[in-house]
Design a protein around this ligand. Structure first.
Ligand code: IPM
Ligand code: MG
Length: 368
């Protein structure tokens, strides 16, 4: 049987350097666990724009549709701020999400014991925190038409459209309920049904999917603004949060920061479950390209490495190996390994991106 295939798109800024460490980890699983992948690499974002004048070349898009999973670093940077909207680095990522039809974006917010002091919240509020945000990723205001900046009388008007079909809500709701069944069996759905028709429809459809097919899962609904408040007031009340594209973007940054470092969190973006074979999938860290520290060997590679762990679990059915990798990361953190973003008040010297890679590989070796 052919090896499963991975397309690596490091992208911009720290995307490059964190992905170097992920490649070492992928190599380790090939050498030591007999899990060999056919890995290819290509450009996305600003890097693709510099080479081809587009943030995602058609050939790269075609490759992404063929492989078993895509691993992405980060896109964007100040160098590209003045580019036309249609060729901004972010458009490359949005095109991947849209054309791969990756409608279900899983963003875990998990608090590592060793880092509980890093949260801006009191330790007892977040110790042991384990939330999964399921964000709709291919529709809503990110893609709705009409959109644009138009002339109206003697001034301009900026327009974006929040648009959801029943089918789009239905499928992402199902993925949240399925996930909840494998966790603590609770879903809280967030929208703004008090001011938006799309929110009213969202609530109705989620409730219907629940009543028809997932009555065993505990479902609640919350307005997204209250959800943001509850996330910082008492985050442990949540298990799975289901929400739309824009609210999900905002709430997931908020949830991520609760855990102490955005540099720690992975994500998975999944398409429809395939009848045979694997659903389309893209894995990426939640952090961005961090241009301020790019190229200095300071970046924390853990979020990107944990994204590969999610790939092992969700694309390759290797939950045991994913858990091995996650445990290795918990071990190095417990042992005090800290990149610059994880330096607390106790001081000490941070280690570099590649040194973090070294200790994680050593912990993996020790797990054998
Ligand atoms: C995210 C990012 C993206 C988004 C950007 C880079 C387009 O903020 O993945 O959360 O807004 O979806
Ligand atoms: Mg975001």
């Amino acid at each position: 049987m052919a090896n499963p295939s991975l397309l690596i798109l490091p992208g911009d800024g720290i995307g490059q350097e964190v992905m170097e460490q992920v490649k070492r980890v992928i190599g380790w699983f090939g050498d030591k666990r007999g899990l060999a992948f056919d890995v290819s690499e290509d450009l996305v974002g600003g890097a693709a724009y510099d080479a081809h004048g587009t943030p995602l070349h058609d050939d790269t898009m075609a490759k992404a549709l063929e492989v078993d999973a895509v691993l992405l670093g980060a896109v964007g940077g100040p160098k590209y701020d003045d580019l036309d909207f249609s060729v901004k680095p972010e458009r490359g990522l949005l095109r991947l999400r849209k054309e791969m039809d990756l409608f279900s974006n899983l963003r875990p917010a998990q608090c590592f014991d060793a880092l509980a002091d890093f949260s801006s919240l009191k330790k007892d509020l977040i110790a042991g925190l384990d939330i999964m945000i399921v964000r709709e990723l291919t529709s809503g205001v990110y893609f709705g038409e009409p959109r644009g900046i138009f002339e109206e009388g003697n001034e301009r008007v900026g327009i974006n459209t929040q648009r959801y079909t029943e089918g789009e809500i239905d499928r992402v709701a199902r993925s949240a309920f399925e996930l909840a069944r494998r966790r603590n069996n609770k879903v809280c759905s967030m929208e703004k049904a008090n001011v938006m028709e799309s929110g009213i429809l969202w609530r109705e459809v989620v409730q219907k999917v629940h009543d028809e097919d997932y009555p065993d899962v505990e479902l609640s609904h919350m307005y997204a603004d209250n959800g943001a408040m509850q996330l910082v007031r008492a985050p442990k009340q949540f298990d799975v949060i289901l929400t739309d594209n824009l609210f999900g973007d905002i709430l997931s940054d908020c949830a991520a920061m609760l855990t102490g470092s955005l540099g720690m969190l992975p994500s998975a973006s999944l398409g429809a479950p395939a009848a045979e074979g694997r659903p389309r999938a893209l894995y990426e860290p939640v952090h961005g390209s961090a241009p301020d520290i790019a190229g200095q060997g300071k970046a924390n590679p853990i979020a990107c490495i944990l994204s590969f762990a999610m790939a092992l679990r969700y694309s390759f059915d290797e939950g045991t190996e994913a858990a091995r990798l996650e445990a290795a990361i918990e071990k190095v953190l417990a042992d005090g390994a800290r990149t610059a973003d994880l330096m607390g008040e106790e001081g000490g010297e941070p280690i570099s991106t590649s040194e973090m890679g070294d200790v994680i590989l050593a912990a993996l070796d020790a797990s054998l």
